[in-house]
Design a binder for this molecule. Structure first.
Ligand code: 0O2
Length: 240
């Protein structure tokens, strides 16, 4: 056994459950809860005031200890909290599933405009899918979390994708797991073909959703320009 930074105890299996690990998961859970609150507020607003809700559903998770350990090993780094916090961006992860491709970009814009959310990194695998066929929009954001000891900035990875992209990614992940990441060439080829099919399906569905999205754009223009609506009332209060 090796003692790191006088706090963490490590053995061959990785980090052992201890007070510091509890603190670590606690702050990432807090960050996820705050972000979930913000996305749920948007989703509720869409349900009440808009033509349709671009958010199909959201989910979140804290990366398992085993996964965190493996990622550190892959990066050739020691088990220190400093390494862990600085280099692993997806300890807290959120997935937002949207209806149509344009909704993904709308979500990105809305998140970028959140005053207490800082976007640190963006990866657009929607416009340029990965060689595996994987498609999704990734954001690394940070949120200030107020604790008794002060305010800390905590990173969260957000993956935004359509239902078709999610369907593909989740099955591909299962297949990868089954073959322990040694997926035979023919299976890889078929997975790429399936990815192309999901891209085609997403494009077709987005075309079908165009009317809905156009109506939505008009509505947004109307409600933000009309001073008799609740939105304008709040804006006026802010500017007064
Ligand atoms: P898990 O178990 O889903 O968490 P970074 O250091 O963050 O810049 P990284 O980690 O390579 O670099 O980031 P990238 O490429 O943005 O991918 C991170 C996550 O995207 C992965 O996390 C997966 O969730 C997902 N992902 C990326 N490529 C693929 C793919 O080909 N297929 C599937 N199904 N998912 C993918 P983890 O930690 O690998 O896995």
């Amino acid at each position: 056994m090796i003692i790191i930074e006088g706090l963490v105890v490590k053995n061959e299996d990785g980090l052992q459950e201890d007070l510091e690990y509890k603190r670590l998961t606690f702050v990432y859970t807090a960050a996820l809860q705050q972000l979930e609150g913000k996305i749920n507020t948007l989703s509720e607003e869409f349900k009440i005031l808009h033509k349709y809700n671009p958010i199909e559903h959201i989910s979140s998770r804290i990366k398992s200890k085993e996964s965190i350990t493996n990622k550190l090993i892959k990066k050739g780094l020691d088990f220190t909290y400093e390494n862990l916090i600085k280099t692993i961006n997806d300890i807290a992860g959120m997935r937002i599933i949207c209806s149509f491709i344009p909704d993904i970009y709308r979500m990105v814009e809305m998140i970028e405009n959140m005053p207490d959310v800082t976007v640190l990194k963006k990866k657009d695998y929607v416009t340029t899918p990965k060689s595996s066929g994987y498609s999704s929009y990734h954001l690394i954001v940070s949120l200030p979390i107020s604790l008794s000891v002060g305010v800390i900035d905590v990173k969260v990875e957000i993956q935004i994708r359509t239902m078709a992209m999610d369907f593909w990614a989740s099955l591909e992940h299962k297949i990868n797991y089954k073959y322990e990441k040694q997926v035979p060439k023919n299976v890889q080829k078929e997975l790429k073909e399936c990815a192309k099919m999901t891209q085609k399906l997403d494009k077709k569905m987005s075309n079908l959703g165009n009317t809905l999205m156009q109506e939505e754009k008009e509505l947004v223009k109307e409600i933000t320009a009309d001073y008799s609506t609740v939105y304008a009332g709040f804006m006026l209060t802010e500017n007064a």
